[in-house]
Design a protein around this ligand. Structure first.
Ligand SMILES: Cc1ncc(COP(=O)(O)O)c(C=O)c1O
Length: 435
């Protein structure tokens, strides 16, 4: 009977044989980059693929294999790799100068596009990344409320220095974080009852992305909205990934308005950016025309290429109508995967919503991060490598992000690869989960 470690070893050896050039490039990279890497999430054993080209929804590696790209730059590559509308907006911006050291029309237009789209945003400010957007939102909440504590959720990811895998991260900012459990309505309400008058903010991703694409229960978010109002705490929705869902993000879908929203990833059309915003009253803190305003700095906050790409992306490509259609199409795919897993009676489940999917080894939807079993986690490397070997590029933790240039052929390829995986490994999966 094949063991999990043997199956992973075999997949690694097939993978290494198929990718000699990526392996050599990785070995060389280790001279100047620690472990050959400058972004931890992109490392996996035995070595990551080196990508050399992207076209539409596909990417090509150094050894010449073509993949359907479901990593989708962890959701930022919503537009795929060669969107002509976005490309021409960037080229136009390049032609007219990129480092102006002054306001330009681009950030003004992009601010309007975002505020018109997300009901809770009356005004926004731009920055360089999602991490920075969250740091700014959290710091703003501390200033506005005059309080220090910040309520966050176990397994949440809000950036490289604001993340809570296992509740803690050595690199985190030295904020006074208070941890609660995602989707735990009673426990979280009780905690807010205890420390609510010391809390500046509650920050939550309406779908716990890195923690397994676990959608928040509507009642849980409603409770947070109600309790934060009661205690004068700012509710921050990190919609850096989830803003792509539907025409106005999860807040639009559920009709729950946070005090502050943070955005990033796709809003720059595939180029780096971030944004935070909320009511005009809160954002007035940053109005330089007012005495004592907070000075929010950042050389590249309004960098012309990202702003121009974002304007084209949101006004011409990912219009609210296109976003709504894309959501329905993606959600139908997710549901079809679950039908296929159920028909095969394999304990696998496509968690998430719309174009944000995570494959879990479980027959049921995962509702809390603590429901993810050790067995589920230990099976992930096998799924990851087997899908890569089938030409389906997914995140190492089992996430799949759909992108706009995908068509039914791309989805069929992923479905088939998952089906093949299920057919081959169901007995092993059962053994690992019941060990
Ligand atoms: C929910 C969420 N918040 C914040 C961030 C940080 O964004 P960035 O990588 O642009 O700093 C990410 C990135 O993955 C994210 O998924």
């Amino acid at each position: 009977m094949e063991s999990l470690s043997h199956a992973i070893e075999s997949a690694r050896s097939r993978y290494a044989s198929a990718n000699p050039l990526s392996q050599a490039a990785d070995t060389k990279a280790q001279r100047y980059l620690p472990g050959g890497n400058t972004r931890t999430v992109l490392h996996y054993d035995p070595f990551p693929l080196t990508m050399v080209a992207g076209e539409g929804a596909e990417v090509t590696d150094l050894d010449g294999h073509r993949y359907v790209d479901f990593v989708g730059e962890y959701s930022a590559a919503l537009f795929g790799h060669t969107n002509e509308v976005i490309k021409s907006a960037i080229c136009k911006a390049l032609d007219t100068g990129i480092a102006m050291g002054a306001p330009t029309s681009y950030e003004r237009e992009l601010a309007g596009l975002l505020c018109e789209r997300f009901p809770s945003l009356e005004q926004v400010r731009f920055c360089n990344s999602g991490t920075e957007a969250n740091l700014m939102a959290l710091s703003t909440a501390r200033v506005v409320t005059g309080r220090d504590k910040l309520l966050v959720f176990n397994e949440a990811y809000h950036g490289g220095v604001i993340k809570f895998p296992g509740g803690h991260c050595a690199l985190n900012m030295p904020f006074d974080f208070v941890l609660a459990d995602y989707n735990d309505i009673e426990g979280t309400a009780e905690l807010i009852g205890q420390v609510g008058d010391q809390l500046a903010a509650v920050i939550i991703e309406p779908i716990l992305g890195a923690g397994g694409n676990i959608p928040a229960d509507r009642k849980f978010l409603q409770m947070l909205r109600q309790k934060t109002r009661e205690f004068g705490i700012l509710l921050i929705f990190d919609e850096i990934k989830t803003a792509r869902l539907g025409s106005a993000g999860v807040q639009g879908m559920l009709g729950i308005a946070p005090d502050l929203t943070t955005l990033g990833k796709f809003i720059g059309g595939g180029l780096p950016t971030g944004a935070f915003g909320g009511s005009a009253e809160i954002m007035a803190q940053f109005n330089p025309r007012l005495p004592g305003a907070l000075a929010h700095a950042g050389t590249f906050n309004n960098n012309v290429c990202s702003m121009a790409a974002g304007c084209a992306a949101l006004s011409k490509v990912y219009t609210p109508q296109r976003a709504a259609e894309f959501f329905d199409w993606s959600e139908a795919f997710r549901l079809s995967l679950n039908e296929m897993f159920a028909a095969k009676a394999v304990p696998m489940y496509a968690n998430g919503l719309g174009s944000m999917i995570a494959i879990h080894f479980s027959s049921e939807p995962t509702e809390r991060p603590s429901d993810i079993s050790a067995g589920c986690q230990s099976l992930r490397p096998l799924l990851h490598l087997e899908l890569l070997l089938e030409g389906v590029l997914v995140c190492k933790r089992g996430d799949l992000f759909l992108s706009l240039p995908m068509d039914e052929t791309h989805l069929a390829k992923a479905r088939l690869a998952l089906e093949k995986f299920a057919d081959r490994y169901t007995p092993l999966i059962e053994r690992v989960l019941h060990a």
